[in-house]
Design a binder for this molecule. Structure first.
Ligand code: MCA
Length: 511
C-alpha cells in the first residue's frame, strides 16, 4: 500500500474529474482534472530540477489555486512541503532557509531577487516564482510537461511537511509531519465532522498553516467536493458567499468580525450546516452571540502544528462554550502535574496527548524533541488545561509566554531580541493584552538606558516591522523605569499584563 497522502486524496477524487474543485472569489472554476494535471506538471518540473523524495520544497507565495496544486505536487514527489507565512521578512527567512536547506524555493515574483539571493547563499538549487494570479516561472517552465506524474511510493512515517513553530527560545523549530500523521487525522476529522457529498467549504484561511492547509483543504480533498476560495478573509466576501456554502472554518477573529457586520444573520447562513473555530480560544461571549444571531452553534476544536487536531466538540451532541470538546477518536489526552503524574478529573495541569496524529519530532532537534515527549509516548503540548467528568477539555492557559494574535502564534523572545538590540534600549518585555479583534495583541514594555533618551514608540515599532512579520509587531510600546521581577530575577509578565491592561485601549469598533 502506498501511504503517500496524495495517493489517498487521489483515490477520493470524483470519478468524473470534470467536477469542480475550486471556485475563486472572481468566479473562475478549477476542476479535479485541472488539479491532477497541474500538480502532475509541477511535480515533473520539480523532479527535473532534482527534487527527490525527502528533499524540502520551501514555498512563500500568495494563496491561489496554483499554490494548492503545488502542495499536491510536493506530496506526489514525496518531497517535504515547507509552507512559509507571506508576512515573514528576510531576517526570518534566513533562519528557515538555513535550517531546512530546501532544494527549491518557490516565492512571489517581487521577492525573487532578494529571496533568491538569500536562497542561493544557502545552497538552494533553484528559485521559481508564482504570483497570486497563477503566473510565474513555476507555471511557465512546467507548461509543456507530461501531466501524468507517478506518485512516489512513501512509507507511513516518511515526512510530508515541515511547519515551523517558534519556540520559547525564539528560534522557530520545524515540526515534521508524516504522511500517516496527516492522513490519519484528516480521515478522523472527515468522519467526525460529518462531511458528505453535498458539502461546499468556504475557505478563507491562509494556506501556510495547519488550519487552512491541512484541516480545511484536507477535508475537501478527502471529500472530493468543491470549495469557495477567498484569497484572504474579508467580511463582505464571506457574507456574499456564505449562502452558497455548507461549512466554514475560521479563527475567532473571523467570527468577531462577522458579528460586527449587520449582514450576518440567519438568512445569510441558510445553507450552512457547520461553523468550526480554532487556532485561538473562542470567547464564550462570541460563542453565544453567534448562536443568538445565526441559530448556529460554533464547533470549537483544538490542535497544534505538532499534532494537527487533538480535540473537538461533537457534531451531534452538546457543544460547550469555553471547551474544545473531548479527544478525537483514536487520540488520548491526559492532564499531568509535576514530573508528569496524571491528575484527577477536573484538576488543572499540563495537557498531554498521544495518537497517530502526533508529529515525528522537530527537524534536526533531537534533544528538544525528546524534552517534549514522556517515556510512554505522550506529547507535552505546553497548554494548561483540565478535563471534566464528561471528558471535555478546557484550555485555561499556556505554560510559556506565547501570545496568540488573530490565530497566529507569537513568541515574545523573538520580538524582545529585536527591541533589545536597539541603541538606547536596556531591556524589554513583550506580553499579550486582550484585544477585541485579534483576541490578544502584542505589546512591548521597554526600559531605556536613559529615562528620556533612546528610541521612541514609533521607532521601536518601525524596527520590529523591518525584521519580523507584521502580526508580531507590537500594537503599543510602553516605557517604564523598572521591569517587575520575582525573587529569582525573572520578569513578572503577569504583573505587566495587569498593570498595562488598563492603559491599552482596545481598537476602534470594526465595521
Ligand atoms: C494582520 N494583522 C495582525 C494580524 N493579521 N495583527 C495581529 N495579529 C494578526 N493575526 C495586522 C497587520 O500587521 C496589518 O497591520 C493589519 O493587521 C492589516 O493586515 P491584514 O493582513 O489586512 O490583516 P487582516 O486581513 O485583517 O488579517 C487578520 C486575520 C489574519 C484575518 C485574522 O491574521 C488571519 O487570516 N489569521 C488566521 C491565522 C491562521 O490561519 N491561523 C492558523 C494557524 P499594519 O497595517 O500595521 O501592518 S494553525 C494553528 O493555529 C493550529 C494548528 C490550529 O489549531 O489551527
Amino acid at each position: 500500500m502506498n501511504h503517500n497522502l496524495f495517493a489517498l486524496f487521489q483515490s477520493r477524487f470524483p470519478s468524473d474529474r470534470s467536477k469542480p474543485f475550486i471556485e475563486t472569489a472572481g468566479g473562475r472554476t478549477y476542476t479535479y482534472a485541472e488539479a491532477e494535471q497541474a500538480s502532475g506538471r509541477f511535480a515533473g518540473l520539480l523532479g527535473k530540477l532534482g527534487v527527490q523524495p525527502g528533499d524540502r520544497l520551501a514555498v512563500q507565495v500568495e494563496k491561489s489555486p496554483e499554490a494548492v496544486f503545488l502542495h499536491l505536487a510536493s506530496l506526489r514527489l514525496g518531497a517535504v512541503y515547507l509552507p512559509l507565512n507571506t508576512a515573514y521578512r528576510a531576517a526570518e527567512m534566513k533562519h528557515f532557509l538555513s535550517d531546512a536547506e530546501p532544494k527549491v524555493l518557490v516565492c512571489r515574483p517581487e521577492d525573487e531577487a532578494e529571496r533568491g539571493a538569500l536562497a542561493h547563499d544557502r545552497g538552494v538549487a533553484r528559485v521559481l516564482s508564482l504570483d497570486g494570479e497563477g503566473h510565474g516561472s513555476l507555471v511557465e517552465d512546467s507548461a509543456g510537461l507530461d501531466a501524468d506524474y507517478p506518485t512516489a511510493e512513501t512509507g507511513p512515517d516518511e515526512i510530508a511537511a515541515l511547519l515551523y513553530t517558534s519556540g520559547t527560545t525564539g528560534k522557530p523549530k520545524g515540526a515534521m509531519l508524516s504522511h500517516h500523521n496527516l492522513s490519519s487525522n484528516l480521515l478522523t476529522l472527515h468522519r467526525a465532522w460529518g462531511w458528505n457529498s453535498a458539502d461546499v467549504l468556504l475557505h478563507a484561511l491562509p494556506l501556510f498553516h495547519t488550519h487552512g492547509l491541512f484541516v480545511a483543504l484536507g477535508c475537501v480533498l478527502l471529500n472530493g467536493t468543491s470549495m469557495l476560495f477567498l484569497p484572504k478573509f474579508d467580511v463582505g466576501q464571506t457574507l456574499r458567499l456564505l449562502p452558497r456554502a455548507t461549512v466554514f472554518m475560521g479563527v475567532p477573529t473571523h467570527y468577531v468580525r462577522l458579528l460586527a457586520h449587520s449582514g450576518l444573520n440567519r438568512d445569510a447562513c441558510r445553507t450552512m450546516r457547520l461553523f468550526v473555530s480554532g487556532s485561538a480560544p473562542l470567547l464564550e461571549e462570541t460563542f453565544r452571540a453567534f448562536t443568538q444571531r445565526t441559530g448556529h452553534t460554533i464547533l470549537e476544536r483544538c490542535g497544534m502544528t505538532e499534532t494537527c487536531m487533538n480535540m473537538s466538540n461533537p457534531l451531534d451532541g452538546e457543544r460547550i462554550a469555553g471547551t474544545v470538546g473531548p479527544p478525537l477518536p483514536g487520540i488520548e489526552a491526559r492532564i499531568t502535574g509535576t514530573e508528569g503524574k496524571a491528575l484527577a478529573v477536573g484538576d488543572t495541569g499540563m495537557l498531554e496527548v498521544r495518537g497517530p496524529n502526533v508529529f515525528k519530532g522537530y527537524w534536526r532537534q533531537a534533544e528538544k524533541t525528546a524534552a517534549e515527549f514522556r517515556d510512554d509516548g505522550f506529547f507535552i503540548t505546553g497548554d494548561l488545561a483540565r478535563i471534566d467528568e464528561r471528558g471535555y477539555v478546557s484550555i485555561v492557559g499556556r505554560a510559556g509566554d506565547m501570545i496568540i494574535s488573530g490565530g497566529y502564534n507569537v513568541y515574545p523572545k523573538e520580538v524582545e531580541a529585536v527591541i533589545d538590540a536597539l541603541e538606547g534600549v536596556a531591556e524589554s518585555a513583550v506580553v499579550g493584552l486582550a484585544h477585541s479583534d485579534f483576541g490578544e495583541a502584542v505589546v512591548a514594555v521597554v526600559r531605556r538606558q536613559e529615562e528620556s533618551g533612546g528610541p521612541s514608540e514609533g521607532e521601536i515599532i518601525a524596527a520590529v516591522k523591518r525584521d519580523l512579520a507584521n502580526y508580531k509587531v507590537p500594537k503599543r510600546v510602553f516605557f517604564t523605569g523598572e521591569l517587575p521581577r520575582n525573587s529569582m530575577g525573572k520578569v513578572q509578565k503577569n504583573v505587566l499584563r495587569e498593570s498595562f491592561a488598563k492603559t491599552f485601549s482596545t481598537p476602534p469598533e470594526i465595521q
